[in-house]
Design a protein around this ligand. Structure first.
Ligand code: ATP
Length: 460
């Protein structure tokens, strides 16, 4: 599957992102801070558009779904109830020679080239595999490991102004719990009937043992999560529906089906009845893009138990009382951003033999929907007038510097779908040339029609 040669590599993406203001290394002037990244002027627009597209699909256009924005810092009891304080951990091994830190499951996966599945192994079995196969440290090549230690991935901090009142709290490692603890609030205030959904987009933090691969795995990231509360017995059907919905969201964003696949989880989390990922063919290979989990009534039951507050829904018709099941769909905004950039990146040889780098972004995701380019300096007054009118409708950029070819290349590299050139005919008859990023074909239309012409092409 997907054997075609793709132009994209991680290095090319990282370089393009830095050069074009998409993503910069975090705290760069201080030598950086490992695996943190800052979104630049173009990147923040693309990421916001990704979040908007997701919200539109999973809240605005979804029946009976409601958004929230819960606090990052939550009562520590939340994480006891959810099971994170005891079981949100990875199997960590340290190399005693070079002091590098690794995940035992990753070492086994890499050594066996994906043929052995560490997800179904206990820590003892993983240690035995690593010993028997003499899996060496990928950094220094030596074989001198510590035993596996489980490492909790939650970032701890403390609140309170004096030592006495210090109280351990956590930066949330997932947004889902904010949706669960607000289940009753949302149900009561919206009068929603089960089945209904609660969605949110927000930051999550994980002290990952092996962050890396650009923005694929970071210690601070954004999640977009949708929890669907339904009656036991309907959960299997909804689980299937969310798999399809998650897949369609990606193909509607112009992802090729060749680069996507479902992968069922072999080892289920403590709360899950069934779970799968959609994997994407990233530059470093197939990896998880998003997850779909049937979480049963685990979360709400645990919150009922730990908080002492009821989580029971009362069916208004039958008066039946029950704790709903939850089908969760969860995707990282940054990980989706990496997939979007990977999928969009291309290098094309033009008829004059030159190569262009182009991001074939879905127009709804592009930072700017159009660029206004006056052919010559003395056309700037008219060009600025058009630019100022268009930016009332959607984000537009203006570029008067350099040859028109160079200006097209700059816009292609950030994925601007339309370039509007202003020439002397514009002064006479009000028409402009609109160049399509993907086909490079040009049409001539009246500047009064521009807003409507472009608006109908950028809808998601
Ligand atoms: P992985 O197996 O890659 O560690 P996970 O199964 O722990 O991911 P979930 O807890 O299901 O991931 O989180 C849901 C989604 O959040 C993931 O599918 C991914 O898109 C995103 N995500 C999780 N961890 C990170 C991270 N460290 N950096 C960026 N995105 C992340």
């Amino acid at each position: 599957m997907a054997e075609e040669k793709r132009a994209v590599t991680m290095d090319k993406l990282v370089n393009l992102c830095k050069a074009r203001g998409i993503i910069f290394p975090g705290s760069e002037i201080y030598g950086g801070m490992g695996n943190t990244w800052d979104y630049g002027p173009i990147g923040v627009e693309i990421k916001n558009n990704i979040k908007r597209a997701w919200w539109k699909r999973f809240v605005q256009e979804s029946d009976n779904s409601y958004g929230i924005d819960a606090a990052i810092l939550m009562n520590s009891r939340v994480w006891e109830a959810s099971g994170h304080t005891t079981s949100f951990s990875d199997p960590k091994m340290d190399c005693k020679e070079c002091k590098s830190r690794h995940r035992a499951d990753n070492l086994i996966e890499a050594h066996s080239k994906g043929k052995v599945n560490p997800d179904v192994m206990t820590n003892e079995e993983m240690e035995a595999y690593i010993r028997e196969h003499r899996v060496c440290c990928p950094i220094c090549g030596k074989f001198n490991w510590t035993n596996i230690r489980t490492f909790n991935l939650m970032f701890e901090t403390s609140r309170g102004v004096t030592d006495e009142s210090q109280n351990k709290i956590y930066l949330r490692p997932e947004t889902a719990q904010g949706e669960f603890v607000n289940f009753m609030n949302v149900q009561r205030t919206t009068r929603a009937k089960v089945p209904f959904g609660i969605a949110q987009i927000g930051k999550a933090f994980r002290n990952e043992i092996t962050p890396g691969n650009f923005i694929f795995r970071t210690i601070e990231f954004e999640q977009m999560e949708h929890q669907w509360f339904c009656k036991e017995g309907t959960d299997v059907q909804y689980y299937g529906e969310f798999k399809q919905k998650a897949w369609k969201f990606l193909t509607d964003l112009n992802f090729s089906e060749e680069h996507l696949r479902f992968k069922d989880h072999d080892k289920l989390a403590h709360y899950a009845k069934c779970a799968c990922d959609i994997q994407y063919l990233f530059p470093m290979g197939w990896s998880e893009l998003n997850g779909i989990h049937n979480r049963t009534d685990y979360d709400l039951s645990r919150h009922q138990e730990f908080s002492g507050k009821t989580m029971q829904y009362i069916d208004p018709v039958t008066n039946e009382k029950y704790i709903p099941y939850v089908v969760e769909y969860s995707i990282g905004a940054d990980r989706l951003m990496l997939a979007v950039l990977t999928e969009a990146y291309d290098e094309e040889t033009l008829s004059d033999g030159e190569t262009r780098v182009v991001l074939h972004l879905h127009p709804a995701l592009a930072a700017y929907k159009a660029a206004v380019l006056p052919l010559q300096k003395n056309l700037s007054e008219k060009a600025e007038e058009i630019f100022k009118e268009l930016r009332k409708h959607f984000p537009v950029t203006y570029d008067a510097a350099g040859s028109i070819g160079k200006r097209y290349r700059r816009q292609d590299e950030i994925g601007t779908p339309y370039c509007i050139t202003i020439d002397f005919d514009t002064l006479n008859d009000g028409t402009v040339t609109v160049r399509d990023r993907d086909t490079m074909e040009q049409v001539r239309i009246h500047s009064d029609e521009l807003a409507a012409y472009i608006s109908q092409k950028i809808i998601f």
